[in-house]
Design a protein around this ligand. Structure first.
Ligand SMILES: Nc1ncnc2c1ncn2[C@@H]1O[C@H](COP(=O)(O)OP(=O)(O)OP(=O)(O)O)[C@@H](O)[C@H]1O
Ligand SMILES: [Mg+2]
Length: 618
């Protein structure tokens, strides 16, 4: 007798359900997608015990008739594939699997009423057993209730995490769906509270979307993001890309959607990494939301049981579109750095002026002729302040030296040249007013001040110039008067010598010099006088990380940025007014100059009203 037999339908359905419904969040995803497909304008989701005891999804969509209801819970019954064409999927659903799957592993009740019907209908499925439709008091739309999820499949129940964790996963899912559908209002509640609420956003798609993204991801993200818009071969990319200085330690804040469907895909994360690699060091990740619109014929959504991945017919085109689209908005953003940088700076200023150790007392308001009196018992400082207050202005010799001392304890302060230009709208980074601590440039803008980290900024400029030269006609070199011999470990020397030809194309001419040394004869002209020993050691470290096959061309970014770092104006170098202004103007002209090669900002801008707030003037 054969032992081979057909499995009973309930078992078949439970097996199928195992793929589609993994945890409460996946059930919620299916139900909310159904509501979206039904044209809902608002969707309300309630979970109890993380979705274990109850999930309910209530919508105001087009609803179902009694006949529809009976069919909806049958396997492979769908209203969404009118021509049976899997190449033309225009809804989020298409398989007719979600409701029967949920019904196979839980107690399911659906109440629904079609807009044109005079009564509502309800149907129930209990671990696979169905009841006949009965009249319901439902006024409009559909409400699906899922009780005791996985009661029919206890093994799955054991794999659920804590209620909190399951609720969290659902919240994340709702946020994703809400980002893609700003025209729909969403509410997510548990027993006690509303965890997420977003009313239907008004206006054109892009405005509505920006408003929705601000609600889901926070206003700070939207303020620190650049609009992305790119087209290629009928594929359209839109969204918001965070400026590089607004970065995160992991990639969880990168959201991608294909035709309104949230997806996670290596293709996208890889393309994003490629687009930002120039601006972020290895451990940092961009924050962004991207929407891809493609003809349904160019995408296969039938590749993942939870529809969380898709397959694109032209992955190369899409990758190019994402990398190109992102790079061009980042380049257009030029020197813009994250506003949170200024926020952090202000926070630090405030933290640094704790009232316990005030350097100066606060002015007495309304006391008539209140003044900023120095607390310090230094006669020179007192004199300095007296001079500041005097209407004639002008500092006496002693006072000036006191001020200098205050600004720079070493007594050095580079003051502006007499013929410095006035701040104007043409100079967004302002006009240099001085250099402090031999490291920072202070510039005055139309409505505030800018502090530039000269080393970080210069490093970026050298790097960008180097890339430009490479693209054009190779890096210009300068010969060393005396070739420099750098001793190093033999394995390091081997690594560098093995790459001599490739390094030569980057302007670094060197050769082996005995077992444990390298002799350097020429260096990239851009670097000026650089620390050759430090550069070689860093290059050796870097090469150790590449495998044999990686050409330097592929890792050009890293190598150039290592070189740039060694050739830059080091912190500590005095710059005159002309040099400082030249640096500021070049920053304005150079793409990506708002962050150094490691994703740190190169400058901080404080607006006058921020400064006024610091001093309690506002
Ligand atoms: N909230 C709803 N409002 C109106 N109709 C609905 C709703 N939910 C489900 N339906 C109807 O029930 C059918 C079955 O839903 P189900 O989710 O099982 O399959 P699907 O959405 O067609 O495909 P998929 O399995 O890919 O989700 C749908 O095709 C739709 O006609
Ligand atoms: Mg569905």
């Amino acid at each position: 007798m054969s032992t081979l037999r057909r499995l009973p339908e309930t078992t078949v359905n439970r097996i199928a359900a195992g793929e589609v419904i993994e945890r409460p969040a996946s059930a919620v995803k299916e139900l909310v997608e159904n509501s979206l497909d039904a044209g809902a304008g608002r969707i309300e989701i309630v979970l109890r015990e993380g979705g274990r005891s109850l999930i309910s999804v209530d919508d105001d969509g087009h609803g179902m008739s009694a006949d529809d209801l009976s069919l909806a819970i049958e396997r492979h019954a769908t209203s969404k594939l009118p021509d049976d064409d899997l190449m033309d999927i225009r809804h989020l659903g298409f398989r007719g699997e979600a409701l029967p799957s949920i019904g196979a592993v839980a107690r399911l009740r659906i109440d629904s009423r079609r807009q044109d019907a005079d009564t509502g209908w309800a149907i129930q499925v209990d671990g696979g057993r169905l009841s006949a439709p009965e009249p319901s008091s439902r006024a409009r739309g559909t409400r699906v209730e899922v009780r005791d999820l996985f009661f029919a499949t206890p093994a799955r129940l054991k794999f659920l995490k804590t209620d909190r964790a399951e609720f969290g996963a659902t919240l994340d899912m709702i946020k994703r769906l809400a980002m893609a559908h700003p025209e729909v209002g969403f509410t997510l509640k548990d027993d006690q509270r509303t965890a997420f609420q977003a009313g239907a956003e008004q206006g054109e798609l892009l405005d509505a979307r920006a408003a929705r993204l601000a609600r889901v991801m926070g206003r700070e993200f939207v303020e620190n993001a650049l609009p992305v818009e790119a087209d290629r071969d009928g594929i359209r990319l839109t969204g918001l890309a965070g400026v590089p200085t607004y970065n995160r330690g992991n990639a969880t804040q990168q959201y991608m959607f294909v035709n309104g469907r949230p997806v996670r895909d290596k293709l996208f994360t890889g393309a994003v990494r490629g687009a930002y690699q120039d601006f972020l060091s290895g451990g940092r990740h961009a924050v962004l939301v991207l929407f891809l619109e493609v003809d349904p014929a160019f995408v296969d959504v039938n590749v993942h049981p939870a529809k969380a991945e898709v397959r694109l017919r032209e992955p190369g085109v899409v990758r190019g579109l994402i990398v190109g689209g992102l790079r061009s908005v980042l380049a257009a953003a030029g020197h813009r750095a994250s506003t949170t940088v200024a926020g952090q700076a202000l926070g630090a200023f405030r933290a640094g002026t704790q009232p316990e150790t005030p350097r100066f007392s606060m002015p007495l308001r309304g006391g008539g002729g209140g003044s900023y009196m120095p607390r310090q018992d230094s006669a020179a400082a007192r004199e300095a302040f007296a001079a500041w207050q005097s209407p004639e202005g002008g500092l006496s010799g002693v006072a000036e030296s006191a001020v200098r001392e205050f600004i720079d304890p070493s007594g050095r302060v580079e003051t502006q040249a007499a013929d410095a230009p006035a701040p104007s709208a043409d100079f967004p980074l302002g006009v240099a007013r001085g250099q402090v601590h031999g490291t920072y440039i202070v510039a005055q803008t139309m409505d505030g001040i800018v502090l530039v980290d000269q080393h970080a900024a210069h490093e970026r400029l050298v790097y960008e110039r180097m890339k430009r030269q490479l693209d054009e006609n190779g890096v210009a070199r300068q010969g060393l008067l005396l070739p420099e011999v750098v001793e190093m470990e033999e394995t390091d020397a081997d690594r560098i010598a093995a790459r001599a030809d490739e390094l030569a194309s980057l302007g670094l001419i060197l050769e082996r010099f005995g077992p444990g040394a390298i002799v350097v004869r020429e260096t990239p002209a851009l670097l000026g006088q650089c620390d050759i020993r430090g550069l070689l050691n860093d290059l050796a470290d870097e090469l150790a990380e590449f495998d044999q096959a990686t050409g330097l061309k592929d890792r050009l970014q890293d190598v150039c940025s290592t070189m740039a770092c060694h050739g830059s104006v080091r912190a500590g170098r005095r710059l005159n007014a002309e040099e400082m202004n030249a640096l500021l103007r070049e920053m304005e002209r150079t793409p990506h100059s708002g962050q150094c090669n490691h994703g740190r900002p190169t400058y901080v801008e404080l607006h006058l009203n921020d400064i006024e707030r610091l001093f309690g003037r506002r």
